[in-house]
Design a protein around this ligand. Structure first.
Ligand code: SF4
Ligand code: ZN
Length: 342
């Protein structure tokens, strides 16, 4: 590393940026990181003045840095945003209960209102109960479908106009790789777009009407960790106890290997995903509403309701993979504890 910071030429550098290799002092790193996020926000027009923004907060590094940087930029550049923290409690003892304690501390550290919504109150199922029923095979499929709706319902409950999530460049590159490897080109758009759910009917799958934005789309995971470390932010770093040795895990390892020989690979993959156009001939189903819960869905019954029906009837594979296609979804759903009422 050079003797002085490559930006200010005076201070001693403390890191070499994983993104481009430049050696920076602490304050120049903060400046570059924050300015790049600001540029992402302004060039992508992620927010409008007066928007109420739900920051999806898990207590992990990405969402903790996001809450910190959003608050800082909102004040520095006078965005005029009303920031709120929104946490989803999946009901995973020994993991989410501890990470939510971190979010509660962030709430008072940053002075932002916090709303916590649980799977148990929304669906009548905790992830602990789902895993007891399904084992450790498809738990993340349930969890992902439930979280997607839960975030939307939570954001609607606190009257938010937009949901900001902490997805970083590594997450997005992994998702692009996975979609390509699965041949699921139609999903690339949702993975690569910086704003989704903005009334754009070209997105497959169940969606909501609340826009989602990714201010960290171009931020490397390593830089988010370094930012949290040098700012001494309070975040929770334990992995979910049900985190699988999944397809995503293999994609991540593959990406890390590529990154070690070519650091730009993460942004290169995002760029490739962005330019792969959806073929005109690919017809996507129109979006309507779920006849059971009223949530936006491209099917008559949304994925979460199909999965809940399976769970409540002792058929936990319902809605997973191809089984959803042979399901008679007209049967009435029996909600355990009748909690899914909106
Ligand atoms: Fe849910 Fe899977 Fe993430 Fe755990 S690892 S929080 S089960 S999606
Ligand atoms: Zn410097």
């Amino acid at each position: 590393m050079s003797i002085t910071c490559s930006r200010c030429q005076t201070q001693r550098p403390v890191l070499k940026r994983p993104k481009n290799g430049s050696a920076l002092c602490k304050s120049c790193f903060f400046h570059c990181f924050e300015t790049e996020v600001h540029e992402t926000i302004t060039s992508g027009q992620l927010f409008k003045r007066g928007d109420r923004v739900a920051i999806g907060a898990s207590g992990g590094k990405d969402s903790t840095v996001l809450a910190y940087v959003m608050k800082l930029l909102n004040e520095r550049y006078d965005y005029g945003l009303d920031l709120q923290l929104l946490s989803i409690d999946e009901g995973i003892a020994g993991y989410r209960d501890d990470s939510l304690e971190t979010v509660k501390r962030n709430q008072s550290q940053y002075g932002l209102p916090l709303k916590i919504l649980s799977y148990d109150e929304l669906y009548g199922w905790t992830m602990d109960a789902v895993v007891r029923e399904t084992g450790l095979r498809n738990n993340c499929t349930f969890c992902g479908v439930f979280r997607r709706q839960a975030l939307d319902r939570g954001a609607a409950a606190i009257q938010c106009d937009v949901i900001a999530t902490g997805h970083n460049a590594d997450d997005i590159a992994e998702t692009i790789l996975m979609n390509i490897l699965r041949g699921d080109i139609a999903r690339l758009k949702r993975a690569t777009n910086i704003v989704t759910n903005c009334g754009d009917d070209s997105e497959p799958s169940d969606e909501s009407t609340i826009a989602r934005v990714k201010p960290f789309k171009y931020c490397y995971e390593k830089e988010i960790v370094l930012y949290a470390y040098f700012q001494k932010l309070d975040y929770f770093s334990t992995e979910c106890i049900y985190a699988p040795n999944s397809y995503r895990g293999f994609a991540r390892t593959f990406l890390k290997d590529l990154e070690s020989v070519r650091p730009s690979v993460i942004l290169d993959i995002i760029h490739s995903g962005e330019v792969m156009a959806l073929k005109e001939s690919v017809r996507l189903p129109p979006r309507g509403t779920c006849t059971r819960c009223g949530f936006i869905s491209s099917q008559s019954v949304c994925k979460a309701c199909v999965m809940l029906q399976g769970l409540n009837n002792g058929l936990p594979r319902l809605g997973i993979g191809k089984s959803s296609k042979v399901l008679d979804i007209r049967r009435p759903v029996v909600h355990k504890s009748n909690k899914l009422q909106f």
